[in-house]
Design a protein around this ligand. Structure first.
Ligand SMILES: NC(=O)c1ccc[n+]([C@@H]2O[C@H](COP(=O)([O-])OP(=O)(O)OC[C@H]3O[C@@H](n4cnc5c(N)ncnc54)[C@H](OP(=O)(O)O)[C@@H]3O)[C@@H](O)[C@H]2O)c1
Length: 147
């Protein structure tokens, strides 16, 4: 399984249910990476997402009766399809990164305020590999699970 995450230089990944930056290049990378794929997100992240055409979205929620117009409700990590891309938020990275063998990490090169944070422990057992994109605004690095 692979995961994709973006963080600011000071480790923020979210604010008020959304992303506290505009980074067109990273959004395009997210779109390219996830298009025509299954993705899994937490219910909080799902609530803050715009409609994502072309993605088959699985939404983790503990609410047994939850249903979503543009997503499939699931209730445990066992129900996550093994070919899904893990797309956050923090609670879902905590839950699923241990099953991942690659994490695509964008660093947005600014300091922002937020309420949801990147946990450096998420990268334990991974080593930085290729830099996929590098601009003045952001970088994207692929982290691979150690053999
Ligand atoms: N920068 C990035 O790459 C990135 C990516 C994704 C999200 N984000 C940001 O991260 C923030 C949201 O993160 P978050 O950690 O607050 O929330 P989240 O991970 O998106 O969702 C949390 C919810 O997931 C469900 N959940 C969690 N553990 C579960 C389990 N074991 N079984 C079943 N359901 C489970 C629960 O939903 P119920 O309450 O319905 O039970 C829980 O409230 C937002 O600001 C978002 O924009 C950033």
């Amino acid at each position: 399984m692979i995961a994709i995450v973006a963080r600011s230089r000071n480790g923020v990944i979210g604010k008020d249910g959304g992303l506290p930056w505009r980074c067109k290049g990273d959004l395009q990378f997210f779109k390219r990476t996830t298009m025509d794929r299954k993705i899994v997100v937490g219910r909080t992240t799902f609530d803050g997402l715009p409609p994502l055409k072309g993605r088959d979205i699985y939404v983790l929620t503990r609410k047994a009766d939850a249903s979503f117009a543009n997503g499939t409700a699931i209730h445990s990590p066992d129900q996550v399809p093994t070919d899904a891309i893990v797309c956050g938020g923090a609670a879902i990275y905590d839950l699923l990164l241990e099953q991942c063998d690659e994490i695509l990490v964008t660093t947005v090169k600014k300091e922002v305020e937020g309420d949801t944070f990147f946990n450096d422990q998420w990268l334990e057992g991974f080593t930085a590999g290729d830099t996929l994109e590098e601009t003045d605004e952001y970088s994207i690095v692929s982290y691979q699970r150690d053999a």
